[in-house]
Design a protein around this ligand. Structure first.
Ligand code: URA
Length: 247
């Protein structure tokens, strides 16, 4: 079972409370065990960058297209039973400046077989353009390549089954910088649940590649006040690449 971190728990609670508030609920019961866990003294997570080595990956995929073909017939987890189309990822496969990693396909992506084409995708497109890139100049992928039913967060086993594809994509694509969009993307890349609120804006590393955690565009659709934080994170990415925003 995956380890539950202090900040992961805090974040899950925050998301749950926001969801309840969106439903119009003004009073919730919180388990005593959760309160006890929150009362613990946390580790200073943001000041402690996590470094992971690339885990064992299938080495027999020689191209990003070969990975996509394999994914299209993948039955490694239960998500294959409810998907319409697989969503392997798309974009520049030749050492792009940036690889964006999201959580998993939603309804629009499942219908089209392409990542980030729904509302969150439109916002991601704007972020990419604001950074001075065109969508086809970067690569866009997800931790899981099939839509989890009802857009739920993928469970650990689904992520574990699917992550070798992302890891091999990263090996083949060789991005200069990775941007992890939201807690699930970061959990997939780093191997542990993370508190994205604490971690965003703090450089991490994945297999020797600089990794910037930031909020997921879907979260920005729910809370546009966080856009300025994401823009600050993306400016750090541009600075790392030796670039400035176009305007
Ligand atoms: N959200 C994601 O995390 N990925 C997508 O492809 C679309 C929405």
């Amino acid at each position: 079972m995956a380890e539950i971190t202090y900040f992961g728990l805090l974040e899950e609670l925050e998301q749950y409370l926001q969801y309840q508030r969106d439903l119009g609920i003004q009073r919730v019961e919180v388990d005593r065990a959760v309160l006890a866990e929150l009362a613990r003294e946390p580790e200073p997570e943001a000041s402690r960058p996590m470094v992971v080595e690339a885990a064992a990956v299938p080495s027999d995929f020689e191209s990003v297209d070969a990975i996509a073909a394999h994914i299209s017939a993948c039955t490694s987890c239960g998500l294959c039973q409810t998907r319409t189309r697989t969503v392997p990822g798309e974009g520049n496969t030749d050492a792009p400046d940036i690889l964006f990693v999201g959580e998993g396909p939603g309804a629009d992506e499942d219908a089209q077989g392409r990542p980030f084409v729904g509302r969150a995708g439109k916002l991601l497109d704007k972020m990419i353009v604001a950074m001075g890139y065109r969508r086809e100049q970067v690569f866009i992928a997800n931790v899981v390549k099939c839509r989890p039913p009802d857009n739920r967060k993928p469970v650990r086993e689904e992520m574990d089954q699917c992550l070798p594809y992302l890891r091999r994509q990263i090996e083949l694509i060789r991005p200069k910088v990775i941007v992890g969009l939201g807690g699930t993307a970061m959990e997939g890349l780093l191997g542990n649940p993370v508190g994205i609120t604490r971690m965003r804006g703090v450089w991490q590393e994945y297999a020797g590649i600089k990794l910037m955690p930031t909020y997921h565009p879907s979260y920005l659709l729910r809370d546009p006040s966080k856009k300025k934080d994401v823009w600050a994170d993306l400016k750090l990415v541009l600075a790392e690449l030796g670039k400035k925003p176009p305007r």
